[in-house]
Design a protein around this ligand. Structure first.
Ligand SMILES: Nc1ncnc2c1ncn2[C@@H]1O[C@H](COP(=O)(O)OP(=O)(O)OP(=O)(O)O)[C@@H](O)[C@H]1O
Ligand SMILES: [Mg+2]
Length: 461
């Protein structure tokens, strides 16, 4: 990361001259912002930056709302610096937890702060795709994205990676759940140990137990030698249980036993084998429905879902749709029969107008197909086979307005899951109006839950 200039936005009322000199010596290009508004302006100028939010000099309680806007609107990895007293304030803790990449409690050693800023910059740079080429593994080998929804995802990944607690990843098909699981592993202390994935839906129920737990020689006809199961293969590393909703009840019972006891029994074995793995699970199913139907054990769910991550659908990622499409084009343009220059205007419009039910996977497939099929230098909506998108066909102003309202509400809810008051505030309307709009649009109105939802989030560092 050291190759590129490192921008730092220092949001403070009383900037610390010694700290500034130290940061400048370490190669930071520093911009002082005296207010959230100025910081917002700086953020829009820079492509990626670290931000130092000096709460000790800055904060005044009624400034929280504008601060939230500033922290969420920018592609900045914020590190908050707060006093012990400030850290006791739930509103400040929440601000830090929701919007900052990291925090330090003052007074703190300079080195600690400098390190935190370095990491925050690295993550912000990763998010906006300006990764040092030495570190990049190609756009599809990494998670591309700079939208608020993705920045939040990156923050969550970073937070949960620091613990060993089980993580449950929920998200529609093709949203990158497996990539998220890999990123958690790669950022965790287990990164040098194996990452072992098993797709519970792709293996027959008869084979699943022996795949997971392994077997001893002679355990059943055909078991000619001992086989180590996937759980054991992940020892000291991470086990990724994909499509966990497909796990048959029998395997659920065995898995629960493993999670409770930390040991496995190979089929046909006598002694339990201790195994140290970090478990990540994922599904696109609604596990709550499966639990209500008696198809998924709630005790297992609570063991698996100590921390929860929600992968946002592609349609809630704004500009990232185009960024991803251009990445895919760059990566695969060699497959075209002629030199491709990019997307036509109608191609770009179509990318934004489409709902992307198959999410990133669908986008990759459509762009790759278009690269091969196009007859021109620019990929068009027709090449993407998106000419018929329902929104693109909108006829009336009323329809356009309705669709724009729906999209704005969905995005606000995406940013404030389960918190209608916050979503309404962001939209500049009252909660009652938001309720009314949502029911008029036929959207289901979630229970308003200002206490951060019933599913736990990552522990604070
Ligand atoms: N943010 C991203 N940046 C780049 N590529 C991505 C991103 N998210 C997903 N992908 C790519 O999209 C494809 C689908 O991702 P992945 O398999 O992780 O999704 P999934 O949620 O596990 O899907 P499914 O529910 O169908 O199993 C992969 O090729 C992955 O590399
Ligand atoms: Mg998957």
């Amino acid at each position: 990361m050291d190759a590129s200039p490192r921008n730092l936005i220092y949001l403070t009322r009383t900037s610390d001259q010694t700290l500034r000199s130290l940061l400048a010596e370490r190669g930071w290009s520093i911009r002082i912002a005296g207010s959230s508004r100025e910081a917002e302006r700086e953020a829009s100028r820079n492509s990626a930056a670290a931000g130092l939010l000096d709460l000790s000099s800055h904060l005044d309680k009624h400034e929280l709302a504008s601060l939230e806007r500033c922290l969420s609107a920018s592609k900045v990895g914020w590190v908050a610096a707060a006093t012990v007293d400030q850290m006791a304030d739930p509103a400040i803790r929440r601000l830090i937890r929701d919007y900052c990449f990291d925090y330090v409690t003052l007074p703190c050693p300079d080195e600690k702060l400098v390190n935190a800023l370095g990491h925050a910059f690295g993550m912000a740079a990763l998010a906006v795709g300006v990764v040092d080429p030495g570190h990049a593994q190609g756009p599809l080998g990494e998670m591309v994205g700079g939208s608020e929804a993705m920045l939040r995802l990156f923050r969550s990944i970073r937070k949960v990676a620091g613990t060993d607690a089980p993580v449950y990843i929920h998200g529609e098909s093709g949203t990158g759940k497996e990539l998220t699981a890999q990123a958690i592993h790669e950022h965790s202390g287990r990164r040098h140990a194996p990452f072992v994935a098993i797709n519970c839906g792709a293996i027959s129920p008869q084979l699943l137990l022996s795949e997971l737990f392994g077997y001893e020689r002679g355990a059943f006809t055909g078991a000619n030698q001992r086989k180590i199961g996937r759980i054991e293969a992940a020892h000291t590393g991470t086990l990724f249980l994909d499509e966990i909703g497909d796990l048959p009840l029998e395997a659920q019972a065995s898995l629960l036993r493993f999670l409770q006891e930390g040991t496995i029994d190979r089929l046909g074995g006598f002694d339990p084998v201790p195994v140290d793995v970090r478990v990540i699970s994922a599904t696109h199913f609604d596990l709550h429905t499966l639990m209500e139907e008696g198809r998924f054990r709630s005790d297992l769910f609570h063991r698996l879902c100590v921390l929860r991550i929600d992968n946002p659908p592609l349609r809630a990622r704004g500009k990232d749709i185009e960024v991803l499409a251009r990445h895919v084009l760059e990566r695969y343009k060699g497959d075209a029969s002629r030199a491709l220059r990019g997307f036509s205007d109608d191609g770009v419009r179509a990318l934004y107008n489409y709902e992307w039910p198959g999410n990133v996977r669908e986008l990759i497939n459509r762009v790759r197909r278009a690269i091969v099929m196009t007859d021109s230098k620019l990929v068009t909506a027709a090449d993407l086979e998106l000419g018929q998108s329902p929104i693109a066909q909108l006829k009336t102003l009323a329809e356009a307005r309705e669709s724009a309202e729906r999209e704005a509400i969905e995005m606000a809810l995406e940013r404030h899951p389960g918190r209608l008051v916050d979503a309404a505030r962001e939209l500049g309307i009252s909660r009652v109006t938001l309720y009314r709009l949502m029911s008029a649009l036929g959207m289901s109105t979630p229970r308003d839950d200002r206490d951060d939802g019933d599913l736990p989030e990552a522990a604070e560092g």
